[in-house]
Design a protein around this ligand. Structure first.
Ligand SMILES: [Zn+2]
Length: 452
């Protein structure tokens, strides 16, 4: 089996139960797992990585994204729009999704995630234009080629404008169609075993774009197949008003009514919550994907993350879709999570290490996994190394916290995912960055620009 030895790591932040931080140590990887962590490991290896001046962390776990949106970033038409106006404009662009668009946007998103130290990602894919089938298969196949640990969601929209929802008819589907296709994807791709590289997630888009019927049916379906369920929730005041008018409840109470609370449910956002909502989420151990940059970018608000944790909810971090972030940089997202919590609940409410915990163990728990999110023998060989021998870290007293407080480019020096090197000396190893940049421009000019 292939062996990689990372030598003389300046600091290894294990994110294990004891929150161990080991100075001057080595990590030995055998195949796709960590074999040992300790000082001066003397064992032959196929590849040696120099760990001097570097901090090792478990590869980050991104729990909310929309890869296809990486080709509709920073559009001037909606640069300053709030969520509902932003969505209504973009649905008309996204209905032109093509196989090439899906492929190149997946590469852009995964490449940027890798470069920021992320090795596992969920992707909330929910646009299924009527004229084209199986675009999601192209996304999954591309992600598998790139080697990211992937939780693709079979998203859906079933409530169009004519039924009181937000999206146009061209991108909604019937409930039966949605469940049938989710079952097809589970059979084709889902791996229930430890160290799985692909797990399918059930993910109706949001309370304002799907019917009550699909919410109720899909959660029963997901529990029957033992898969995770995911949706957007309580992101904006507009959504809260929509739910109160249409369902007579807050978004969280509506979720309770349709059976959508529990450890196997992961909600993106959860910005606008009452105390009762937080008790419900915490009491049921539901999980949250906190997306601070997107919430700031759209002016949606700041999620009460510390209070949610105190109530018992599992909190993880997501970069969200690139059209509202507009980047896929996980390290930067962790920094923003730390910063906004300090505004919402006080400066002491989010130490740097708690923010890292959310992005590693929190993410693993939110995805229902115990094989990733920490550095320990027997865990997945998903490791991010950050070089702190850089002028922006000079004169710092706490190297690990400095990764969030300081830094210039928020880029990992080396990243290993499933025992394979995907970033080396800040360079992607899975594709040529310039080629994909050119390709993205070509697809943008062909599929997007004419419809703006
Ligand atoms: Zn989203």
């Amino acid at each position: 089996m292939n062996k990689i030895l990372i030598k003389n790591i300046f600091l290894c932040a294990c994110m294990d139960d004891g929150s161990r931080e080991i100075k001057d140590c080595d990590i030995l990887i055998e195949g796709n797992r960590i074999k040992s962590i300790g000082k001066n490991i003397q064992e032959p290896a196929d590849t040696i990585i120099d760990g001097r001046y570097k901090i090792a962390l478990p590869g980050f776990v991104n729990t909310h994204h929309h890869f296809y949106q990486t080709l509709t970033r920073v559009l001037p038409q909606v640069a300053d729009a709030k969520l509902f106006d932003w969505l209504i404009y973009l649905y008309r662009i996204w209905e032109h999704l093509s196989p090439e668009w899906v492929k190149v946007s997946t590469k852009l998103a995964v490449g940027e995630l890798f470069l920021s130290g992320c090795t596992t990602s969920l992707d909330h894919y929910y646009v299924f234009p009527q004229r084209s089938e199986n675009l999601i298969d192209i996304e999954i196949d591309t992600a598998r080629e790139l080697g990211v640990r992937f939780h693709p969601t079979r998203g859906s929209m079933s409530l169009s404008v004519k039924d009181g929802g937000l999206p146009p008819d061209s991108v909604v589907q019937k409930d039966e169609e949605i469940l049938k296709d989710t079952e097809r994807l589970i059979k084709k791709y889902h791996d229930y075993k430890d160290f799985a590289m692909t797990r399918i997630v059930n993910a109706p888009c949001s309370p304002f774009s799907v019917s009550t019927g699909i919410m109720k049916e899909s959660i029963k379906f997901a529990r029957k197949h033992r898969i995770l369920s995911h949706t957007h929730l309580a992101e904006t005041v507009d959504e809260e008003n929509f739910c109160k008018e249409k369902f007579g409840d807050t978004p969280v109470k509506y979720m309770e009514r349709v059976g959508w609370l529990g450890e196997d449910v992961l909600f993106a956002h959860c910005v606008h919550l009452s105390n009762d909502d937080m008790k419900l989420l915490g009491g049921t151990k539901s999980c949250v994907a906190h997306c601070p940059t997107s919430n700031l970018r759209l002016g949606s608000g700041i999620a009460p993350i510390r209070t949610l944790m105190e109530n018992g909810a599992t909190v993880s971090i997501g970069v969200d879709g690139s059209a509202s972030n507009d980047s896929s940089n996980m390290l930067l997202e962790i920094r923003n999570a730390m910063m906004v919590a300090r505004v919402r609940t006080g400066v002491e409410s989010m130490p740097a290490r708690d923010a890292f915990y959310m992005a590693t163990r929190g993410g693993a728990k939110a995805l229902g996994r115990s094989d990733i999110g920490e550095l320990a023998p027997g865990k997945a060989a998903d490791i991010a190394l950050f070089n702190c021998r850089d002028i922006s870290f000079g004169g710092t007293g706490d190297a690990l916290a400095a990764l969030l407080f300081c830094g210039r480019d928020f880029t990992a020096s080396d990243v290993i995912c499933d025992g394979k090197i995907v970033v080396k000396n800040k360079q992607l190893q899975v594709f040529d960055e310039k080629e994909i940049w050119d390709e993205a421009g070509r697809i943008f000019r062909r599929d997007i620009a004419p419809n703006l």
